[in-house]
Design a protein around this ligand. Structure first.
Ligand SMILES: [Fe+2]
Length: 221
C-alpha cells in the first residue's frame, strides 16, 4: 500500500516538530510497524480488507503524539519525566480525535489505534483492557510496535539486534496475545521479513550519519 493520504497527514501534523530527525523517525517507525503488522496478519490468515486497515493503522498509530509535539519532542528540559510520560499516555486517545476530525478513517482503524498500548494481561493503557477485549488489530500492532521500538536507537540506549529484541519480548510475553506473538516469530525468522530488515537497517544508517548533530530526547513508545 502506498499510504499516500497517511503520509500527507503526518507531513502536515509533523510540521510542528522542530527537529527534522524526529519526523524522519516518526515515518520510519510507522512504516516498519505498518509493514510488519500486515505480514503478521497475513500469517494469521487475515483477509486483504483487514490487512489494508492494519496497514493504515500501523502508519498512523502514533499520530496523537504529533498533537503533543511540544511536550514529547525537542529539548524541553523543563518538563519532568513523570509529567512527560503522563502526556505521552494521552496519545492513543488524541489519535482518535485527529482521525475523527479527518473524517476519512473507519471505526476499525480508529479502534486499532485507540488500543495499541493495551496489553493482553491488562497492564496497558489507557483502559487496562485484557485479552480479547482488545481489538485484534490492536493486539497485532502492540507486538509490532514494541519490536520496532526495540530495534531502533533511543536517546537513552542503542538499538537492540533482532535476536535480542525478540528475547526481551519473550521476557514480557504475557503482555501479548500468544497466537499473535507466535505468528510474529514466524514472520521475523521467515523469508518475508527481508524488506522489514532493510527498513530497520536504513533507519539505523541514517542515525549513524547524523549521530554527532542530535542527541536529544526523542520521546517514548
Ligand atoms: Fe504509541
Amino acid at each position: 500500500m502506498e499510504l499516500e493520504r497517511e503520509r500527507k497527514l503526518i507531513e502536515r501534523m509533523g510540521a510542528r516538530l522542530t527537529v527534522e530527525r524526529d519526523l524522519r523517525d516518526f515515518f520510519a517507525h510507522g512504516e516498519i510497524v505498518s509493514r510488519l503488522a500486515v505480514l503478521v496478519a497475513k500469517a494469521l490468515g487475515c483477509d486483504d480488507a483487514f490487512c489494508d486497515e492494519l496497514a493504515v493503522a500501523g502508519m498512523l498509530h502514533d499520530i496523537g503524539k504529533l498533537e503533543l509535539a511540544d511536550v514529547i519532542y525537542g529539548h524541553r528540559d523543563d518538563i519532568l519525566a513523570v509529567e512527560r510520560s503522563k502526556y505521552v499516555r494521552m496519545h492513543p486517545t488524541l489519535g482518535i480525535d485527529v482521525l475523527r476530525k479527518e473524517g476519512a478513517y473507519s471505526e476499525e482503524v480508529i479502534s486499532f489505534i485507540a488500543n495499541h498500548h493495551e496489553n493482553y494481561d491488562g497492564t496497558g493503557y489507557p483502559h487496562h483492557l485484557e485479552g480479547e477485549e482488545i481489538p485484534y488489530g490492536a493486539r497485532i500492532l502492540r507486538v509490532c510496535d514494541v519490536f520496532s521500538a526495540l530495534v531502533s536507537n533511543r536517546a537513552y540506549r542503542a538499538a537492540f539486534s533482532v535476536d535480542v529484541a525478540v528475547e526481551e519480548m519473550i521476557g514480557d510475553v504475557r503482555e501479548y496475545d500468544m497466537k499473535v506473538f507466535l505468528a510474529f516469530l514466524k514472520v521475523v525468522y521467515g523469508p518475508e521479513f527481508a524488506p522489514v530488515r532493510e527498513m530497520i537497517d536504513r533507519a539505523l544508517l541514517f542515525d549513524s550519519e547524523d549521530l554527532s548533530t542530535h542527541a536529544g530526547d526523542r520521546g517514548e513508545d
